[in-house]
Design a protein around this ligand. Structure first.
Ligand code: APR
Length: 256
């Protein structure tokens, strides 16, 4: 499915004219990096069913057991962690970095925990569902690289406050850490244009940001091979894979 040249030109015009452009990305952006999405064709949840919604409560009840599972994953999570470990940024991630370097993209809010936006070089990046390469203290919210932590004793303890450390990825039922959520609201409230790439827009609060921008009269530019929950709200819908569409879109913005 190719998005037409006219659609790309119109979307590029919209983005170039906007005062404050923010991106919201989802699992679809990393499909071309070899990471399966959750929903839609090839989705992990589509194949294995949605995970339990009480992951955080389970962690609080027995952090040791959850860590043992995390360090020796099985089933669909094994497939996901393996793909994460091998994945590298694709042209879609790099196109967003270029748009930021052009001074047009002001921030990227990602639902992805795969660290690929950081590896690609995104500057202002808000990882609303956390980052799988980090651990976070559930007491003082300090974050550490996983390799900085000793996993001999489970659950691992925070070097700052002795609190329990968990993976930084936000579990179902876990509140989004306040520092990241605040940044997401700050950026999306300033936006008059949002590029929504690779997300089904089914999970809140992330899916609320494009809806609010639309309600305030802002423009949404969607990049997705299929319909999402917010396609109807988008001024521009570029039907195609992010790894192909985003570079073409940014090329047109650069040429303006
Ligand atoms: N390029 C762009 N979009 C794509 C591509 C691609 N190559 N391939 C698939 N997509 C689209 C699908 O059409 C779908 O709309 O990406 C979207 C992926 O949707 P989800 O799998 O639901 O991913 P996401 O929206 O990020 O999920 C949100 O749900 O399970 C939780 O925490 C998890 O962060 C995740 C959240």
């Amino acid at each position: 499915m190719e998005s037409s040249a006219a659609a790309l030109d119109a979307a590029a015009e919209c983005i170039s004219r906007a005062r404050y452009v923010v991106a919201l990305t989802g699992a679809g952006l990393s499909v071309e990096s070899g990471i399966p999405p959750f929903r839609g064709p090839g989705g992990l949840w589509t194949k294995h069913g949605e995970p339990p919604m009480d992951g955080y409560q389970r962690f609080l009840r027995d952090p040791r057991a959850v860590w043992e599972e995390r360090l020796n994953p099985s089933g669909p999570m094994r497939e996901l962690w393996q793909a994460l470990a091998e994945a590298r940024p694709n042209p879609g991630h790099l196109a967003l970095v270029e748009l930021e370097e052009l001074g047009i993209l002001k921030a990227t809010i990602t639902q992805n925990v795969d660290n690929l936006h950081r590896l690609a070089g995104s500057g202002r990046l808000l990882e609303i569902h956390g980052n799988a390469t980090l651990v976070r203290c559930i007491q003082c919210v300090a974050r550490f690289g996983r390799d900085a932590i000793d996993f001999a004793e489970l659950p691992p303890r925070c070097p700052h406050c002795e609190g329990i450390l968990k993976s930084d990825t936000v579990s179902f039922g876990e509140p989004i850490p306040a520092d990241v959520l605040e940044g997401c609201f700050e950026e999306s409230e300033r936006a008059d244009c949002m590029i929504v790439a690779g997300t089904s827009a089914t999970v809140y609060p992330a899916a609320q940001f494009p809806v609010s921008i639309h309600q305030r009269g802002g423009d949404l530019v969607e990049v997705n091979p299929y319909e999402s929950e917010i396609t109807q709200l988008c001024r521009h819908t570029l039907q195609g894979a992010a790894g192909e569409v985003l570079p073409e879109l940014v090329e047109r913005v650069r040429r303006r």
